[in-house]
Ligand binder design. Structure first.
Ligand code: TXA
Ligand code: MG
Length: 344
């Protein structure tokens, strides 16, 4: 199959909507990461998404809507708290999980009787949903196990020959996937951190951070979000998180400066480092780290990195999402500097 790459302008959106209505999969820009969009109500279209990604079919898809009224057909009831959160954070990088209606096929929800719903803020995503007149199932547009795509060129790299069209809407503004929550009457459970932060949600309700956000699941653990159990975001190099201050980070990296060793580091740390650097936003500026994270992990592959050292990000704000993705990229390999080295 030939893969077209078109600007996400009127003509591009029109063609994209046409393809989606005929059951195809289209690369779609959103404010978080690029998605692989198809008709969420058509089991055959959902199956095409799984095939294009090479994704296990028990890992459910998020359904994207453009108007709040669209949600009523998709869910079998939702708590009042959901309305308040939607009013505050939609459109935007928040995904909420509800019991699904009969209209939503199990092929879309990975066999679960719940459905994840989000209203993206990217104008091209909204236009594609409106023009196709359908709720769109869309996982991140990477091959399963690869870093999520934040540029159209990333999507082309992974999906060339696998889907008919990619719409180029520029670089994603948030850079990490949406926050995923299960919504109760008075509290929410955070399953995946993202651009809508714990601090923001806490202004409306109690937020329980699921154990899987920062800890490795053990065999037999119950998994609320199937995505948490798969290896994720991994580049070819081994990523290692170094937990310590700037000085000890620089010292550790420089002491281990051999061929193939790279550092993902804040601008402030770069001049002192003796290894090739993948610039990783500003020190303590989590939003800028989130924006470039996946691009830098992909870059480490292009440059043939064997080991990439990254300093543990701050956990506040969107930093929790950055840490969550880095932990997975690193297979939870953390070295605590200053203590005995090699905690694993
Ligand atoms: O920002 C995003 O959410 C992007 C863009 C394209 O919108 N999409 C995205 O989709 O990241 P995906 O499929 O890569 O990640 C969806 C996550 C997975 O971890 C999945 O297990 C979880 O959401 N999820 C989806 N439906 C669920 C459900 N019904 N119950 C629990 N977790 C669910
Ligand atoms: Mg994904």
């Amino acid at each position: 199959m030939e893969t077209k790459l078109l600007a996400a302008d009127e003509a591009g959106i029109r063609l994209g909507a046409q393809l989606i209505r005929s059951g195809e999969v289209v690369g779609m820009p959103t404010e978080t990461v690029y998605g692989l969009a198809a008709n969420a109500l058509d089991p055959a279209a959902a199956a095409r998404i799984y095939k294009a990604k090479g994704r296990p079919s028990d890992n459910p898809l998020i359904v994207h809507i453009a108007d709040y009224a669209m949600i009523d057909r998709l869910v079998a009831g939702k708590p009042l708290l959901a309305d308040r959160l939607a009013e505050a954070f939609w459109p935007g990088p928040l995904t909420m999980i509800f019991p699904k209606s009969e209209l939503v096929p199990f092929a879309t929800t990975g066999g679960l009787d719940t459905v994840a719903v989000r209203m993206p803020s990217h104008p091209a995503a909204q236009a594609l949903i409106r023009e196709s007149g359908l709720p769109l199932a869309a996982p991140s547009a990477n091959l399963s196990g690869r870093p999520s795509p934040t540029k159209a060129s990333h999507v082309l790299h992974d999906m060339d020959g696998r889907i008919p069209l990619i719409l180029d809407g520029g670089e994603c503004q948030v850079g990490v996937e949406s926050t995923v929550i299960a919504v109760g009457e008075e509290s929410v459970r955070l399953l995946r951190p993202g651009g809508i932060t714990v601090e923001m949600l806490s202004q409306f309700c109690d937020v329980i951070v699921d154990d899987g956000v920062l800890h490795q699941l053990k065999e037999g653990d119950q998994v609320l979000s199937p995505g948490m159990k798969y290896k994720h975001y991994a580049p070819q190099a081994s990523v290692v998180l170094l937990d310590g201050d700037r000085e000890s980070f620089v010292r550790y990296v420089n002491e281990h400066a051999v061929d193939g060793v790279f550092a993902m580091a804040a601008e402030e740390e770069i001049p002192e480092l003796l290894v090739p650097v993948l610039p990783f936003g500003g020190e303590g500026d989590e939003a800028s780290q989130a924006r470039v994270l996946f691009d830098r992990l992909r870059e480490s592959d292009e440059k043939g990195a064997k080991t990439v050292y990254v300093r543990m990000p701050d956990q506040s704000g969107v930093g929790l999402a950055v840490l969550n993705r880095l932990l997975r990229a690193a297979g939870f390999h953390i070295i605590r500097l200053g203590e005995e080295e090699n905690h694993g």
